[in-house]
Structures are given as C-alpha cells and as structure tokens.
Design a protein around this ligand. Sequence first.
Ligand code: AMP
Length: 397
Amino acid sequence: MKVLVVNCGSSSLKYQLFDMKNEDVLAKGLVERIGLEGAQLVHQPGKEDKVKLPADISDHKVAIKMVIDTLVDNKIGVISSMEEIEAVGHRVVHGGEEFSESVLINDKVMDAISKCIDLAPLHNPPNIMGIEACSEVLPAVEQVAVFDTAFHQTMPEKSFIYGLPYEAYEEHAIRRYGFHGTSHKFVTQQAAELLGKEIKDLKLITCHLGNGASVAAIDGGKVMDTSMGLTPLEGLVMGTRCGDIDPAIVPFLMKKMGLDANDLNNYMNKKSGVMGISGVSSDFRDLEEASEKGNKRAALALDIFAHRVQKYIGSYAAVLNGVDAIIFTAGLGENSPETREQILNNFNYLGLKIDKDKNKVRGKATDFSAEGSKVKALVIPTNEELMIARDTKNLVK
Ligand code: AMP
C-alpha cells in the first residue's frame, strides 16, 4: 500500500510518499510560499538529489495538484499513476477533546476539526485547507487525520485542569492538551522495541527537544502528564518561546511596554526562549559555538534550557513513581550529546548513569546508559511522518 503523508502550514505543504510494504520513503518534498511570490516545489525522489520547481502556486489545491503531477512525472516521478496512492494521512495540530485517536475523515470529523480552530487559529485552518485540497484532487482516496494532541488525551483531570475557576474549562475549553503527541507516541513504541519490553510494562519520560520542545510522562503507554498546555507555549524554554512564566508578567508587561494581547503573544512566542535570553540565535548549534567562544548569555541560555528540562524530568519521575527510561528525540535531543549529558548529570539519585562514549551519537537509536544503570537513557530519532503513515494504513485497511 502507498500512503501519502501531508503536513500543511499556512503557506507551505510538506509531503512524503511511503510504500508501506517496507515503510520505504519513495519521495518527499516541500511546497513553499504558497499564495506568495517566489513559490516553488522542492522534490526529492528517493535518495536522489532535490529538484527545485518554481511555479505560480496560488493555493493549497494547486500545490497538491502539483505534488501529484510531480509524483507521476516521467523523469522525476516515483509512481506511474495517481491511482497508486491508496490513502492520504494528514497531520492535524489540534483535535481538542474530540479525538483521542487518529480517525478516517468524513463530514462529521471535518466539523469537529473546524470547531477546534478557536484553540489553534494558526494551525487548524491550513490543515483543513490541505484536507479539502486532497478531497478535490483525489476524490476517491480515503483520508486520515492524525492529531498532535490525541496521544495526550489519556492525561488524568488532575494533570490537565488549570488552577482557574472550573467554568474556564466548562465554558471555554481551557485546559492542558499537550502537543508533539505523534512524536511522543512514536518514540514510546520504538523504545519498547529497543528495550525488548512491552509498552504496558514501561514507565517512560520522553523529551522531544527541537525548536519547539516538550516532555511527557508515560505509564504503560498512557500519558500521565506533559509540559505543553492549552497552546504549545507552556513548559520548557524553547528556541523562541518562553515556556512557563509567572502569569502576572502578562498584564505587567502589557502596561509597561504598552503592548496589546497580539503583540504580547508574539513577544512570548517569537522573541523569547533561548533566542531572547542569548540575543544570539534560536539554534542550539549557534549557541554552543557562541558559548564556547565565551559568550556569557549564550552559556546562560543553554544552562536555563537544561535546568528547565531537569525540573520536568524530576517532577515526572515523581508523577510516575519511578522511571524505566528517559528518551531524547527531535533535532536537539537526537544530535546534541552535550545537552543530553548536561541534563542527565543531575539524576544519580535515581540510579541513572550514562556512558559518555556511547552518548557521542547523533541521530541514531542508542542506549547510552552505563552498565548497571537503574534507569535507561536512550536516543530515539523521531519520525512523525512514518507514525502518520502507519496510523493511516491501519485505519484504511
Ligand atoms: P527540530 O525542531 O526537531 O527540527 O530541531 C531543530 C533544532 O535542533 C535546531 O534549532 C537546532 O538547535 C537543533 N539541532 C539540530 N542539529 C543539532 C546539532 N548537531 N547540535 C545541536 N543542536 C542541533
């Protein structure tokens, strides 16, 4: 079975075509600047070189049509006709409380996804546009929605209700939802395989550390708590997001800086985090380099980042009443031995010891705990697209 995985942003569309027989990626690519000047499709067939195809791409429907035309192209295509695409899986950011699993898309599902726009005004509308575009271009093909929030729906009420009047939840759906669920679920499954154990027997703390970053506490495959909340702003200090702050800072800054709600949202989401602290970059490679050269604020940003991850790991070990493995994934988690070591230095009391040589790994599934360590430390590369393709295949079958 061949499955097309689609991830739509407001002006972009990422895709991967999988052959699910061996879970091979036949082709992948990105349409960028949709509806803008300078739009183009960057297509990569298999492991071959990328091909750039500039074009007038007015909307997501034109983008999807161009993707399909490229996939069946004589020269750079990888399939002979669009009938080979048997299903499409979409990343959908917010499923609210409606979806705790991936689902086959129908009119009812589309209504429910539309109802969640309020909760993810920047993300759900382009996700919906992508689904509608595929329905028009591939009308006979079944589509599946895979939600960033779904895996976290197992959280108990004591984890997801804020200390606000209960009416804020009842009347405005204000609660903690959590994000990166597809990634936390994928690495949970991979970790069980690597450890040779069943998911139901494992207490895991999964650290998705990329430009956006979140931690989850997972007991027997069920999320007990996670660091992101109503939006992906809560929790860790991230590339440009502030994470947890005293909420009283919001009205204080609005007054002091004369900002309105939108300005402040922008300030906390785009100008803060390690970027705002360091004044150098949101990219941890730049921060590591600047810190090595003696830049104090870059060093401080890295320290603050690691400290916040430690706080979450420590509190989640308490929530889970023990932990079998701590998992690192996403851009930074997979590729920065320095960050992993800095974070895990503080967990000797849990009986966790790392093997520094084994930790010198980038982007490869590895158990880097030392011989005799009571808690395993793992690097597991995430693959949200593959997780979406797997869910899609299972639902369409
Ligand atoms: P993601 O959002 O998962 O794509 O992760 C992106 C982030 O991963 C970037 O901001 C980088 O800071 C970080 N990253 C990627 N590769 C490395 C590396 N080799 N060393 C340190 N950080 C890295």
